[in-house]
Design a protein around this ligand. Structure first.
Ligand code: NDP
Length: 282
């Protein structure tokens, strides 16, 4: 039987509508207007598209939005000064510096400079530490979106085997932490994993966050599993995930499409993190 499709686009639209209502209610009550500042250094084409869609999403949800488009030549000190200014700006509750910055910028220093209370990407070590310690934290947007997609299947996560393929700081590691918090037994795989298929075949929940088109084939998936495809691999023929969708959808119980799965959830969670930050510190 073919897998049920987890519609991330529809779910993200519902979340964005809920955020819009909350933002309007806050405004009406004379409260704070959540504000997001996005900083883009250089003119990377993909980054420009991401930044535009974040700006549009903010405006559509009624959030205050500021976008700083800085030239490629912007120096490290200049960028850190802008972040400090945004840390102190009362109308801004979330700060995001679009990744990847140009090579001469030290991205770790940039993340360290963002106030943890405004770190809506959830990349600051304070938020990473809070997440690992099970304390309230701003959690990275894509992993939050992945968890919402898994929960939308109605499957109980407790006691299930979850396999995460990929161990990056922005997806693999935080989603593994969230799955652990949700009482899954978590296996994290990476490029040095000895027998990937042997691991993935154990997964009741399989999250693929690698960046290799079609890495996960049908024979690597347990029948009935929940499969979340985070991969975004652009080719001449379009956008593809890390999962061989045609084959795996014949084996899995649930599957996210690419596009229309994880991607739209990331922006919805960015808006939600900004709203949460405004409510907590506005
Ligand atoms: P990274 O390149 O930072 O990490 C990739 C991970 O995959 C690494 O941990 C790497 O292992 C592992 N890996 C590489 N090759 C293999 C292999 N053959 N078998 C098993 N593991 C392997 O990528 P990101 O985490 O940033 O992103 C992953 C994918 O998700 C990309 O396609 C990206 O575009 C997409 N993405 C999508 C988002 C969305 O909103 N939909 C948001 C963020 C990312 P090692 O650590 O050993 O090198």
């Amino acid at each position: 039987m073919a897998a049920q499709i987890i519609d991330g686009k529809a779910m993200a639209a519902r979340i964005r509508a809920r955020i819009k209502e909350e933002v309007a209610a806050l405004k009406q009550a004379g409260g704070v207007v959540p504000g997001l500042a996005v900083v883009l250094v250089g003119d990377d084409a993909a980054s420009q598209i991401y930044v535009r869609s974040k700006e549009r999403a903010c405006k559509a949800a009624g959030l205050h939005s500021e976008v700083y488009r800085l030239p490629e030549s912007t120096g490290q000190a200049q960028l850190l000064q802008l972040i400090q200014r945004l840390n102190d700006a009362p109308q801004i509750h979330g700060i995001l510096v679009q990744s990847p910055p140009p090579a001469h910028i030290d991205e770790d220093a940039v993340i360290r400079t963002i106030s943890p209370d405004k770190d809506v990407d959830g990349f600051h070590v304070v938020n990473v530490g809070r997440l690992c310690a099970g304390q309230p934290a701003l959690v990275s947007c894509t992993p939050r979106g992945i968890m919402a997609l898994i929960r939308s299947t109605g499957r109980d996560i407790t006691g299930k085997v979850a396999v995460v393929v990929g161990r990056s700081n922005i997806v693999g590691k935080p989603v593994a932490q969230l799955l652990l918090q949700a009482n899954a037994t978590v296996i994290v795989c990476h490029s040095r994993t000895a027998n990937l298929a042997e691991m993935t075949r154990q997964a009741d929940i399989l999250v693929a966050a690698v960046g290799k088109k079609g890495l996960i084939s049908a024979d690597m998936v347990k029948p009935g599993a929940v499969v979340i495809d985070v991969g975004m691999n652009r080719t001449q023929d379009g956008l593809f995930g890390d999962v061989d969708y045609e084959g795996v959808s014949q084996v899995a119980g649930f599957i996210t499409p690419v596009p229309g799965g994880v991607g739209p959830m990331t922006i919805a969670m960015l808006l939600d993190n900004t709203l949460q930050a405004a409510k907590a510190h506005g």
